[in-house]
Write a protein that binds this ligand. Structure first.
Ligand code: ACK
Length: 311
């Protein structure tokens, strides 16, 4: 039973270039998974001589839920997208184990030592009486700008590659060595977490409504996803960064309430200590008319100027 029963044959691209021998992966049997969700599991491992690298490379290995065709197709689809992209701010595919009869499917990728951005920000929040900042923090406002800039670079690259992320959110950005931002979980992949998703049968399972552009939730607009809808979600990511990982629209649980709120012209409020310029940038990402939202090159320009000013 090959995993390729679930995909069309001309999508075997990634496995041909990235196939890696399973026995060259070393797992720590005692360690719990890095992450677990509706998609399957992610483990930390060491890979021997992967991608022509030194002896051992620490990697993350993603594996689908066994016997769940959706979780397998999602992971293969994510792998295909990863195989086509290479950028400093996008998580890299290193290899995969997809040979027929060689189950379960493994997708081997770059390891991001600080985990997902949302939890990282929460743990780094200054003056938090409860959680101590991890690592060499606390973060400065310049760090927050730099994170926003790097994420925009990664997403601009994906945009140029005609890849729509469709699920940009701080929980889907990983923080690697030296606090470098890596856009992850792209393509069709989904990680179901708390209240971030809402089930809407009509479209597709659980949806991250609080990050979604209005037109992607509107029948009238044919639930249209585009680079512009990624820009909307990116604006919400910047808001998450500037609030150190707050939950957007905390008191709203129903998607139609959020849509009404937005249609009345209201938006997420300005985070404490967030400059006018940065708030204006988010606000511009949240224009109802998609074509009026800034393009990623403009976003990079504006953030670049602000970074210069705070140098
Ligand atoms: O904060 P985390 O540990 O970072 O929680 C999520 C979890 O798995 C589900 O996605 C972690 N994770 C996913 N991919 C990677 C990776 N490439 N490197 C390190 N951690 C990862 C993520």
């Amino acid at each position: 039973n090959s995993v390729f029963e679930y995909v069309d044959p001309d999508r075997k691209f990634a496995s041909e270039r990235f196939e890696f021998p399973r026995d060259a992966l070393v797992f720590d049997a005692a360690a719990p998974p890095l992450g677990e969700g509706a998609f399957g599991q992610v483990f930390k491992a060491e890979a021997l001589h992967i991608k022509g690298k030194e002896e051992r490379t620490i990697v993350a290995v993603k594996t689908p839920k066994v016997d769940d065709p959706d979780s397998i197709t999602n992971l293969l689809s994510e792998m295909e997208i990863m195989a086509k992209v290479t950028h400093e701010n996008v998580i890299k595919l290193y290899g995969c184990c997809t040979q027929p009869g060689d189950e379960p499917l493994y997708v081997i990728m770059e390891y991001a030592e600080h985990g997902n951005l949302k939890d990282f920000l929460r743990a780094s929040k200054p003056n938090d009486g409860y959680l101590q900042p991890r690592g060499v923090l606390p973060l400065t406002s310049r760090d927050l700008l730099r994170f926003s800039y790097q994420i925009a670079s990664g997403v601009k690259y994906l945009t140029d590659k005609k890849v729509l992320h469709r699920d940009l959110a701080a929980r889907n950005i990983l923080v690697a060595e030296n606090f470098v931002m890596k856009v992850a979980d792209f393509g069709l992949s989904r990680y179901v977490q708390g209240h971030d998703y809402y089930k809407k049968q009509q479209i597709q399972g659980l949806l991250p409504v609080k990050w979604m552009a209005p037109e992607t939730m509107s029948e009238e607009h044919e639930y249209r996803y585009s680079t512009e809808s990624d820009v909307w979600s990116y604006g919400v990511v910047v808001w998450e960064i500037m609030t150190f990982g707050a939950t957007p629209y905390p008191n709203m649980t129903r998607p139609d309430h959020i849509t009404d709120f937005l249609n009345q012209g209201m938006r997420l409020e300005r985070p404490q200590n967030c400059s006018e310029e940065v708030y204006r940038l988010m606000w511009d990402c949240w224009m109802i008319e998609p074509s009026r939202r800034p393009k990623f090159d403009v976003i990079l320009q504006r953030l670049g100027d602000l970074l210069q000013l705070t140098a």
